[in-house]
Ligand binder design. Structure first.
Ligand code: 13P
Ligand code: SF4
Length: 349
Protein backbone atom coordinates (compact mmCIF):
# COMPACT_ATOMS: atom_id res chain seq x y z
CA UNK A 1 0.00 0.00 0.00
CA UNK A 2 1.22 3.50 -0.77
CA UNK A 3 0.75 6.24 1.75
CA UNK A 4 -1.53 9.17 0.96
CA UNK A 5 0.39 11.96 -0.73
CA UNK A 6 -0.44 15.36 0.70
CA UNK A 7 -0.47 17.71 -2.27
CA UNK A 8 -0.48 21.47 -1.91
CA UNK A 9 -4.13 21.43 -2.93
CA UNK A 10 -5.23 18.81 -0.40
CA UNK A 11 -3.20 20.57 2.30
CA UNK A 12 -5.08 23.76 1.43
CA UNK A 13 -8.42 21.94 1.74
CA UNK A 14 -7.36 20.36 5.02
CA UNK A 15 -6.23 23.69 6.49
CA UNK A 16 -9.51 25.25 5.43
CA UNK A 17 -11.59 22.48 7.02
CA UNK A 18 -9.48 22.47 10.18
CA UNK A 19 -10.07 26.19 10.55
CA UNK A 20 -13.82 25.64 10.21
CA UNK A 21 -13.76 22.84 12.77
CA UNK A 22 -11.68 24.90 15.22
CA UNK A 23 -14.31 27.62 14.95
CA UNK A 24 -17.04 25.36 16.37
CA UNK A 25 -15.09 24.24 19.43
CA UNK A 26 -16.22 25.49 22.81
CA UNK A 27 -13.64 26.34 25.47
CA UNK A 28 -14.96 25.28 28.84
CA UNK A 29 -17.30 22.71 30.40
CA UNK A 30 -19.33 25.56 31.97
CA UNK A 31 -19.89 27.08 28.56
CA UNK A 32 -21.01 23.72 27.20
CA UNK A 33 -23.46 23.21 30.08
CA UNK A 34 -24.92 26.67 29.56
CA UNK A 35 -25.30 26.05 25.83
CA UNK A 36 -27.03 22.72 26.45
CA UNK A 37 -29.57 24.39 28.76
CA UNK A 38 -30.18 27.12 26.18
CA UNK A 39 -30.55 24.63 23.31
CA UNK A 40 -33.10 22.58 25.27
CA UNK A 41 -35.20 25.70 25.87
CA UNK A 42 -34.94 26.75 22.23
CA UNK A 43 -35.96 23.31 20.98
CA UNK A 44 -39.20 23.60 22.96
CA UNK A 45 -39.80 27.20 22.04
CA UNK A 46 -39.28 26.51 18.31
CA UNK A 47 -41.20 23.19 18.25
CA UNK A 48 -38.00 21.62 16.95
CA UNK A 49 -36.42 18.17 17.12
CA UNK A 50 -32.81 17.07 16.61
CA UNK A 51 -32.10 14.49 13.90
CA UNK A 52 -28.44 13.51 14.32
CA UNK A 53 -26.01 11.14 12.63
CA UNK A 54 -23.70 8.72 14.45
CA UNK A 55 -20.64 10.59 13.12
CA UNK A 56 -21.40 13.83 14.97
CA UNK A 57 -19.75 14.72 18.28
CA UNK A 58 -20.90 12.57 21.24
CA UNK A 59 -22.26 15.62 23.09
CA UNK A 60 -24.58 16.33 20.15
CA UNK A 61 -25.68 12.70 19.96
CA UNK A 62 -26.40 12.69 23.71
CA UNK A 63 -28.40 15.91 23.40
CA UNK A 64 -30.46 14.49 20.52
CA UNK A 65 -31.29 11.43 22.62
CA UNK A 66 -32.10 13.40 25.78
CA UNK A 67 -34.47 15.73 23.95
CA UNK A 68 -36.54 13.09 22.13
CA UNK A 69 -34.69 13.34 18.83
CA UNK A 70 -32.83 10.55 17.09
CA UNK A 71 -29.29 9.39 16.50
CA UNK A 72 -29.26 7.14 13.48
CA UNK A 73 -27.90 6.14 10.10
CA UNK A 74 -28.90 8.13 7.05
CA UNK A 75 -31.89 5.90 6.19
CA UNK A 76 -33.35 6.04 9.70
CA UNK A 77 -32.73 9.81 9.89
CA UNK A 78 -34.81 10.25 6.73
CA UNK A 79 -37.67 8.17 8.13
CA UNK A 80 -37.55 9.80 11.59
CA UNK A 81 -37.62 13.33 10.17
CA UNK A 82 -40.49 12.50 7.85
CA UNK A 83 -42.60 10.90 10.58
CA UNK A 84 -41.92 13.26 13.51
CA UNK A 85 -44.66 15.82 14.26
CA UNK A 86 -42.30 18.74 15.06
CA UNK A 87 -42.63 21.70 12.69
CA UNK A 88 -38.85 22.28 12.64
CA UNK A 89 -36.26 19.57 11.97
CA UNK A 90 -32.71 20.38 13.05
CA UNK A 91 -30.53 18.05 11.04
CA UNK A 92 -27.17 17.57 12.75
CA UNK A 93 -25.07 15.92 10.08
CA UNK A 94 -24.16 16.90 6.53
CA UNK A 95 -26.07 18.79 3.88
CA UNK A 96 -27.44 15.88 1.88
CA UNK A 97 -29.15 14.69 5.07
CA UNK A 98 -30.82 18.09 5.50
CA UNK A 99 -31.86 18.08 1.86
CA UNK A 100 -33.34 14.59 2.17
CA UNK A 101 -35.36 15.76 5.18
CA UNK A 102 -36.68 18.75 3.22
CA UNK A 103 -37.51 16.68 0.13
CA UNK A 104 -39.61 14.37 2.31
CA UNK A 105 -41.16 17.10 4.49
CA UNK A 106 -41.57 20.30 2.45
CA UNK A 107 -44.07 21.65 4.97
CA UNK A 108 -41.47 21.59 7.76
CA UNK A 109 -38.69 24.07 8.36
CA UNK A 110 -35.38 22.22 8.02
CA UNK A 111 -32.33 23.91 9.53
CA UNK A 112 -28.75 22.79 10.18
CA UNK A 113 -25.97 24.12 12.44
CA UNK A 114 -24.02 24.90 9.26
CA UNK A 115 -24.85 24.49 5.59
CA UNK A 116 -21.11 24.28 4.87
CA UNK A 117 -21.07 20.70 6.18
CA UNK A 118 -21.01 18.75 2.96
CA UNK A 119 -19.61 15.38 1.82
CA UNK A 120 -16.83 14.44 -0.60
CA UNK A 121 -19.26 12.16 -2.46
CA UNK A 122 -21.76 14.97 -2.96
CA UNK A 123 -18.97 17.30 -4.14
CA UNK A 124 -17.64 14.57 -6.45
CA UNK A 125 -20.91 14.21 -8.35
CA UNK A 126 -21.98 17.53 -9.94
CA UNK A 127 -25.41 17.26 -11.50
CA UNK A 128 -24.54 18.51 -15.01
CA UNK A 129 -21.71 16.04 -15.55
CA UNK A 130 -23.73 13.27 -13.99
CA UNK A 131 -26.75 13.97 -16.20
CA UNK A 132 -24.54 13.85 -19.30
CA UNK A 133 -23.17 10.49 -18.15
CA UNK A 134 -26.72 9.16 -17.66
CA UNK A 135 -27.81 10.52 -21.04
CA UNK A 136 -25.06 8.48 -22.69
CA UNK A 137 -26.57 5.27 -21.27
CA UNK A 138 -30.35 5.71 -21.48
CA UNK A 139 -30.94 1.95 -21.29
CA UNK A 140 -29.59 1.75 -17.73
CA UNK A 141 -31.43 2.23 -14.44
CA UNK A 142 -29.85 5.05 -12.44
CA UNK A 143 -29.18 4.22 -8.79
CA UNK A 144 -27.59 6.89 -6.61
CA UNK A 145 -26.35 6.81 -3.06
CA UNK A 146 -28.13 9.07 -0.58
CA UNK A 147 -24.86 11.07 -0.27
CA UNK A 148 -25.79 13.27 -3.26
CA UNK A 149 -27.47 16.59 -3.92
CA UNK A 150 -31.23 16.93 -4.39
CA UNK A 151 -30.59 17.61 -8.10
CA UNK A 152 -28.71 14.33 -8.54
CA UNK A 153 -31.48 12.46 -6.72
CA UNK A 154 -33.94 14.11 -9.10
CA UNK A 155 -31.99 12.65 -12.07
CA UNK A 156 -32.01 9.14 -10.56
CA UNK A 157 -34.52 6.29 -10.68
CA UNK A 158 -33.58 5.03 -7.23
CA UNK A 159 -31.87 6.41 -4.13
CA UNK A 160 -30.24 3.91 -1.76
CA UNK A 161 -28.29 4.08 1.47
CA UNK A 162 -25.64 1.57 2.46
CA UNK A 163 -28.12 -0.28 4.68
CA UNK A 164 -30.42 -1.14 1.77
CA UNK A 165 -28.19 -0.98 -1.35
CA UNK A 166 -27.65 -4.74 -1.66
CA UNK A 167 -31.36 -5.59 -1.44
CA UNK A 168 -32.39 -2.92 -3.95
CA UNK A 169 -29.75 -3.98 -6.48
CA UNK A 170 -30.70 -7.67 -5.99
CA UNK A 171 -34.27 -6.65 -6.75
CA UNK A 172 -33.19 -4.79 -9.90
CA UNK A 173 -31.16 -7.82 -10.94
CA UNK A 174 -34.33 -9.95 -10.74
CA UNK A 175 -35.95 -7.44 -13.13
CA UNK A 176 -32.99 -7.92 -15.53
CA UNK A 177 -31.84 -4.30 -15.15
CA UNK A 178 -28.37 -2.92 -15.91
CA UNK A 179 -27.31 -0.11 -13.64
CA UNK A 180 -25.54 3.22 -13.50
CA UNK A 181 -24.18 3.64 -9.99
CA UNK A 182 -23.02 6.90 -8.38
CA UNK A 183 -21.13 8.34 -6.71
CA UNK A 184 -19.20 6.01 -4.35
CA UNK A 185 -17.05 3.60 -6.39
CA UNK A 186 -16.10 1.52 -3.34
CA UNK A 187 -19.69 0.91 -2.25
CA UNK A 188 -20.58 0.34 -5.91
CA UNK A 189 -17.79 -2.22 -6.35
CA UNK A 190 -18.87 -4.01 -3.18
CA UNK A 191 -22.51 -4.16 -4.34
CA UNK A 192 -21.49 -5.29 -7.85
CA UNK A 193 -19.28 -8.04 -6.42
CA UNK A 194 -21.96 -9.29 -4.02
CA UNK A 195 -24.82 -9.24 -6.53
CA UNK A 196 -23.04 -9.93 -9.83
CA UNK A 197 -25.00 -7.09 -11.46
CA UNK A 198 -23.61 -5.14 -14.43
CA UNK A 199 -22.95 -1.69 -12.91
CA UNK A 200 -21.40 1.27 -14.67
CA UNK A 201 -19.56 3.18 -11.97
CA UNK A 202 -19.12 6.90 -11.26
CA UNK A 203 -15.64 7.64 -9.90
CA UNK A 204 -15.87 9.21 -6.46
CA UNK A 205 -15.01 8.20 -2.92
CA UNK A 206 -15.45 9.14 0.71
CA UNK A 207 -12.27 10.84 1.94
CA UNK A 208 -12.72 9.31 5.39
CA UNK A 209 -13.14 5.64 4.47
CA UNK A 210 -10.69 5.85 1.58
CA UNK A 211 -7.87 6.22 4.08
CA UNK A 212 -8.06 2.91 5.90
CA UNK A 213 -4.90 0.87 5.31
CA UNK A 214 -5.01 -2.89 4.67
CA UNK A 215 -1.42 -3.69 5.64
CA UNK A 216 -1.74 -1.85 8.97
CA UNK A 217 -5.12 -3.50 9.57
CA UNK A 218 -3.59 -6.97 9.10
CA UNK A 219 -0.81 -6.01 11.55
CA UNK A 220 -3.38 -4.78 14.08
CA UNK A 221 -5.42 -7.98 13.77
CA UNK A 222 -2.23 -9.94 14.56
CA UNK A 223 -2.02 -8.01 17.84
CA UNK A 224 -5.70 -8.78 18.61
CA UNK A 225 -6.28 -12.23 17.05
CA UNK A 226 -9.68 -12.60 18.74
CA UNK A 227 -11.00 -9.31 17.37
CA UNK A 228 -13.72 -9.03 14.74
CA UNK A 229 -13.21 -6.46 11.98
CA UNK A 230 -16.24 -4.24 11.26
CA UNK A 231 -16.17 -2.29 7.99
CA UNK A 232 -18.41 0.32 6.39
CA UNK A 233 -18.72 -0.46 2.65
CA UNK A 234 -17.48 3.00 1.65
CA UNK A 235 -14.04 1.53 2.43
CA UNK A 236 -11.77 0.23 -0.37
CA UNK A 237 -12.11 -3.39 -1.49
CA UNK A 238 -8.90 -4.54 0.25
CA UNK A 239 -10.38 -3.38 3.58
CA UNK A 240 -13.78 -4.95 2.89
CA UNK A 241 -11.98 -8.22 2.08
CA UNK A 242 -10.63 -8.31 5.65
CA UNK A 243 -14.03 -7.71 7.27
CA UNK A 244 -15.99 -10.07 9.50
CA UNK A 245 -18.99 -7.76 9.08
CA UNK A 246 -19.73 -5.19 6.37
CA UNK A 247 -22.64 -2.81 6.83
CA UNK A 248 -24.13 0.63 7.34
CA UNK A 249 -23.52 2.46 10.59
CA UNK A 250 -26.63 0.95 12.24
CA UNK A 251 -25.74 -2.52 10.98
CA UNK A 252 -22.20 -2.19 12.42
CA UNK A 253 -23.58 -1.15 15.80
CA UNK A 254 -25.91 -4.18 15.76
CA UNK A 255 -22.95 -6.41 14.84
CA UNK A 256 -20.89 -4.97 17.70
CA UNK A 257 -23.65 -6.01 20.07
CA UNK A 258 -24.27 -9.46 18.61
CA UNK A 259 -20.80 -10.76 17.75
CA UNK A 260 -19.13 -12.85 20.48
CA UNK A 261 -15.66 -11.32 19.98
CA UNK A 262 -14.24 -9.43 23.01
CA UNK A 263 -12.54 -6.82 20.79
CA UNK A 264 -13.78 -5.06 17.68
CA UNK A 265 -11.62 -3.26 15.13
CA UNK A 266 -13.83 -0.65 13.52
CA UNK A 267 -13.24 0.80 10.04
CA UNK A 268 -15.57 3.78 9.95
CA UNK A 269 -15.81 7.27 11.49
CA UNK A 270 -14.72 7.01 15.11
CA UNK A 271 -17.61 9.15 16.40
CA UNK A 272 -19.67 5.95 16.05
CA UNK A 273 -17.90 4.67 19.17
CA UNK A 274 -20.29 6.66 21.36
CA UNK A 275 -23.33 4.55 20.40
CA UNK A 276 -21.34 1.40 19.67
CA UNK A 277 -19.90 1.34 23.18
CA UNK A 278 -23.41 1.75 24.62
CA UNK A 279 -24.54 -1.23 22.53
CA UNK A 280 -21.50 -3.34 23.49
CA UNK A 281 -20.38 -2.03 26.88
CA UNK A 282 -18.03 -4.91 27.71
CA UNK A 283 -16.13 -4.92 24.42
CA UNK A 284 -12.93 -3.15 23.53
CA UNK A 285 -13.41 -0.90 20.48
CA UNK A 286 -10.31 -0.24 18.43
CA UNK A 287 -9.93 2.25 15.59
CA UNK A 288 -8.86 0.72 12.29
CA UNK A 289 -5.59 2.32 11.18
CA UNK A 290 -5.76 5.17 8.70
CA UNK A 291 -2.04 5.64 8.16
CA UNK A 292 1.23 3.87 8.68
CA UNK A 293 4.21 5.33 10.50
CA UNK A 294 5.28 8.59 8.95
CA UNK A 295 2.21 8.84 6.73
CA UNK A 296 -0.42 11.51 6.99
CA UNK A 297 -4.17 11.41 6.60
CA UNK A 298 -6.78 13.96 5.61
CA UNK A 299 -9.46 12.90 8.04
CA UNK A 300 -7.94 10.43 10.53
CA UNK A 301 -11.23 8.51 10.74
CA UNK A 302 -13.40 11.51 11.52
CA UNK A 303 -15.41 13.27 8.84
CA UNK A 304 -14.28 16.92 8.68
CA UNK A 305 -17.76 18.04 7.63
CA UNK A 306 -19.58 16.16 10.38
CA UNK A 307 -17.12 17.82 12.77
CA UNK A 308 -18.37 21.27 11.74
CA UNK A 309 -21.49 20.68 13.83
CA UNK A 310 -21.12 22.01 17.37
CA UNK A 311 -23.10 23.29 20.32
CA UNK A 312 -22.50 26.95 19.46
CA UNK A 313 -23.69 26.85 15.87
CA UNK A 314 -26.57 24.60 16.93
CA UNK A 315 -27.68 27.23 19.46
CA UNK A 316 -27.16 29.99 16.89
CA UNK A 317 -29.30 28.36 14.22
CA UNK A 318 -32.10 27.72 16.69
CA UNK A 319 -32.03 31.41 17.62
CA UNK A 320 -31.57 32.88 14.14
CA UNK A 321 -32.89 30.23 11.75
CA UNK A 322 -30.32 31.44 9.21
CA UNK A 323 -28.99 28.05 8.02
CA UNK A 324 -32.18 26.80 6.42
CA UNK A 325 -32.52 24.27 3.59
CA UNK A 326 -34.57 25.31 0.55
CA UNK A 327 -35.13 23.13 -2.50
CA UNK A 328 -36.54 24.12 -5.85
CA UNK A 329 -40.02 22.57 -6.06
CA UNK A 330 -39.49 21.05 -9.53
CA UNK A 331 -36.32 19.34 -8.32
CA UNK A 332 -38.02 18.23 -5.12
CA UNK A 333 -40.95 16.62 -6.91
CA UNK A 334 -38.53 14.57 -9.04
CA UNK A 335 -36.20 13.71 -6.15
CA UNK A 336 -39.03 12.47 -3.93
CA UNK A 337 -39.93 9.81 -6.50
CA UNK A 338 -36.52 8.10 -6.30
CA UNK A 339 -36.36 8.55 -2.52
CA UNK A 340 -39.82 7.10 -2.02
CA UNK A 341 -38.91 4.05 -4.10
CA UNK A 342 -36.33 3.30 -1.41
CA UNK A 343 -38.55 4.17 1.53
CA UNK A 344 -41.43 2.01 0.34
CA UNK A 345 -39.20 -0.85 -0.85
CA UNK A 346 -39.73 -4.19 0.85
CA UNK A 347 -36.94 -6.73 0.26
CA UNK A 348 -37.84 -10.12 -1.33
CA UNK A 349 -41.22 -9.01 -2.54
P1 13P B 1 -24.90 5.46 6.81
O1 13P B 1 -26.04 5.45 5.87
O2 13P B 1 -24.32 4.09 7.05
O3 13P B 1 -25.24 6.16 8.07
O4 13P B 1 -23.70 6.25 6.11
C1 13P B 1 -23.76 7.61 5.84
C2 13P B 1 -22.41 8.13 5.61
O5 13P B 1 -22.23 9.24 5.18
C3 13P B 1 -21.29 7.24 5.87
O6 13P B 1 -20.10 7.87 5.56
FE1 SF4 C 1 -19.43 11.94 3.19
FE2 SF4 C 1 -17.53 10.32 4.01
FE3 SF4 C 1 -18.29 12.32 5.56
FE4 SF4 C 1 -19.92 10.21 5.16
S1 SF4 C 1 -17.96 10.22 6.20
S2 SF4 C 1 -20.49 12.37 5.12
S3 SF4 C 1 -19.44 9.72 3.04
S4 SF4 C 1 -17.29 12.49 3.56
Amino acid sequence: MTDIVVTEESQFVRDHLNAKIAAVEVASEEEKSALIVEIKQLLQQEDAVLVAHYYTEPELQALAEETGGCVADSLEMARFGRDHPASTLVVVGVKFMGETAKILSPEKRVIMPTLEATCSLDIGCPVDEFSQFCDQHPERTVVVYANTSAAVKARADWVVTSSIALQVVEHLKEQGEQIIWAPDKHLGNYVAKETGVDMLMWDSACIVHDEFKAKALIDLKAVYPQAAILVHPESPQNIVDLADEVGSTSQLIAAAKNLPNPQLIVATDKAIFYKMQQAAPDKLLIEAPTAGNGASCKSCAHCPWMAMNGLTNLRDVLKQGHQEIFIDETVRLEAIKSLNRMLTFTPNK
